[in-house]
Design a protein around this ligand. Structure first.
Ligand code: B12
Ligand code: SF4
Length: 515
């Protein structure tokens, strides 16, 4: 069998980092690890090709070569995924769709011959056999959450590694917490399942042998879901990294209770973790309680963030507006909190009721669900009826984005973070190591785009001056953040322009109906 694995294109959102990646000569942030894992699980006798349409074109000759097409995706990729499915089916090609999208969108809407819900490890053998025999069923649903020991070494040979800025390794799946809006726990469960340390090191060895020397994102739902095991892994990572002259920096996602464990933070620092994404959600404690995000309550969120930063880890934060408990002062409070947090990359989204979540079920009971949503929490579109006036909420959301991503506000946060962090003494690379060819190219492009052609060039030069005088010891993170800021500002401008068009069109329609 010739199996063609296809990853659909993402829309251009805050999360695509597309405008910053151009500076580095890269086309996407991360490769499709789900498909690389599925490829490794398919029978060894099958021939495999992988096309990630985020970094390359899907060619007719790939489709002509294939006997079966396997697609993966998130809810947000629905439009591009369905377009590919339809293109394949038009030429009589058999299609199989899996990945998180299959848990969020009804199978019929995916238009594929076969839909797989859940993790591939436990059912791929049956699926492959059925596909070979022509007896595959329309729907497969994993009966259980497989142990991670059954997850193979992802097939790295199928991707064009140099087109990505970061490689990925998954250590664990699942999260022990129970936040109402979260679909992670519905898809991957609440019991953290971890790989053995040796499995993770084998994946890193594979990356190193393939020539990778840049950042590695440990793409766990919550890296510290099982703290004891995370500590063992960190100790092993520190040793592994030591052997390879500190070649990889690690990034990951974790819950905020990381701040309660100095031993774990120190171990992460020693292992080379330079960045951690935390779901902070809101500075409003009643909102956290109502969302059942209890691990973020009864503490100073700002102090917890600052403590983690002091271990050399940049904190990226997820924030949500639109909880039932939000009053009209939430917008100012959110901006004030983010500015004080020193979190440069603050991903603020509107609350989405994702299908399959506790939130979706509650809002449906209350008769407040409008539709299943599109999987994008930054587009200014709501899929439920909020308590606050919807127009006020969307307008307030946009004002938050505009304020936190103004150049001045953004660079203020970067400087606050650089003041708090001590990257030179931690896992961070030295200045010489940072100056790779890709980074040198990014620096030159950044100076041209942000320092010469941008309207905000004065803020940019002021920031560069500060880096040259006060932050020379962490020029790497400072310049990376300057470049990422460019992406965040472009997306914010695009969203503001799109919103203006919608308002103007609504105004025209209102005018017409008055006439
Ligand atoms: C890394 C990551 C990213 C990376 C992108 C990585 C990439 N290239 O795909 C970044 C940071 C850019 C990203 C962005 C976003 N992400 Co994201 N991301 C992840 C994360 C943490 C890991 C993904 C991964 O590599 N997993 C490891 C692989 C092995 O797991 P897997 O893909 O699930 O694959 C298994 C099964 O699903 C199945 N399978 C997968 N594909 C297929 C195909 C076939 C044919 C078969 C049979 C089986 C199968 O078998 C695999 C092995 O078991 C996941 C969480 C998670 N646990 O997966 C969230 C997750 C996928 N992201 C999610 C979301 C919502 C987003 C964003 C929309 C952000 C947001 N919150 O608004 C953006 C979208 C991007 C954009 N441009 O707008 C959701 C998706 C929810 C959904 N139901 O679709 C997840 C599940 C997390 C969450 N709930 O918040 N993300
Ligand atoms: S901590 Fe994060 S992953 Fe865990 S349940 Fe809450 S939102 Fe989901």
């Amino acid at each position: 069998m010739n199996a063609l694995l296809i990853y659909p294109q993402f829309p251009d959102t805050y999360w695509s980092f597309k405008h910053a990646l151009k500076f580095l000569g890269k086309r996407a942030a991360q490769p499709p690890l789900g498909l690389m894992t599925v490829a490794a699980l398919l029978p060894a006798a099958w021939r495999k090709r992988l096309v990630d349409t985020n970094v390359e074109r899907l060619r007719e000759r790939d489709l002509a070569w294939a006997d079966v097409v396997l697609l993966s995706g998130m809810h947000i990729q629905q439009e591009t995924l369905v377009a590919i499915v339809e293109r394949c089916r038009a030429r009589g090609l058999r299609t199989v769709v899996g990945g998180p999208i299959a848990s969020s969108v009804p199978a019929a809407e995916l238009k594929a011959d076969h839909v797989v819900i859940g993790e591939a490890e436990s059912l791929i053998a049956e699926l492959a056999r059925n596909l070979e025999q022509g007896t595959a069923k329309p729907l497969y649903q994993a009966a259980e959450k497989p142990e991670m020991s059954s997850s193979p070494l992802p097939d790295l040979s199928l991707i064009k590694m140099n087109r990505y800025s970061t490689m990925t390794v998954q250590y664990s799946r699942g999260c022990p917490f129970n936040c109402e809006f979260c679909d992670i726990i519905e898809i991957y469960g609440r019991r953290p399942r971890t790989k053995a340390v040796a499995q993770v090191l084998a994946e890193l060895d594979q990356l190193y042998a393939a020539g990778w020397r840049e950042a590695v994102f440990i793409v766990d739902d919550n890296f510290i879901g099982n703290k004891a095991r995370a500590k063992d892994l960190c100790a092993a990572l520190a040793e592994w990294r030591g052997q390879y002259r500190k070649s990889f920096d690690f990034l990951t996602e974790a819950s905020l209770n990381l701040a309660d464990d100095p031993e774990l933070m120190q171990l992460m620092k020693d292992a080379g973790f330079v960045s951690v994404f935390l779901g902070i959600e809101t500075p409003d404690e009643p909102g956290l309680i109502a969302a059942n995000k209890l691990q973020n309550t009864r503490r100073s969120l700002l102090d917890s963030v600052a403590l983690i930063q002091s271990y050399g880890m940049q904190v990226m934060g997820g924030f949500i507006l639109g909880f039932d408990t939000d009053g009209e002062d939430i917008f100012d409070r959110m901006v004030e909190f983010i500015q004080k947090s020193g979190i440069p990359i603050a991903m603020v989204g509107l609350l989405q009721a994702m299908p399959g979540t506790q939130l979706f079920r509650r809002l449906r009971r209350e008769g407040r669900i409008v539709d299943a949503g599109g999987g994008d929490n930054t587009g200014g579109v709501l899929n439920f009826l909020p308590h606050m006036d919807a127009a006020k909420l969307v307008e307030g959301y946009r004002s938050v984005l505009k304020r936190i991503y103004s150049c001045e506000a953004y660079y203020e946060r970067v400087k606050l973070y650089l003041n708090r962090t001590h990257p030179r003494h931690g896992g961070e690379k030295s200045r010489q190591q940072w100056m790779t060819r890709a980074n040198a190219r990014a620096l030159v492009t950044s100076i041209l785009r942000q320092g010469v052609f941008s309207r905000q060039r004065w803020s940019y030069w002021k920031f560069l001056l500060a880096v040259a005088t006060r932050y020379r010891h962490c020029i790497g993170p400072a310049m990376t953040l300057a470049v990422m800021g460019y992406h965040l500002q472009v997306i914010t401008d695009n969203l503001a322009r799109a919103a203006k068009k919608v308002t103007a069109a609504a105004g025209e329609m209102a005018g017409e109906s008055l006439d």
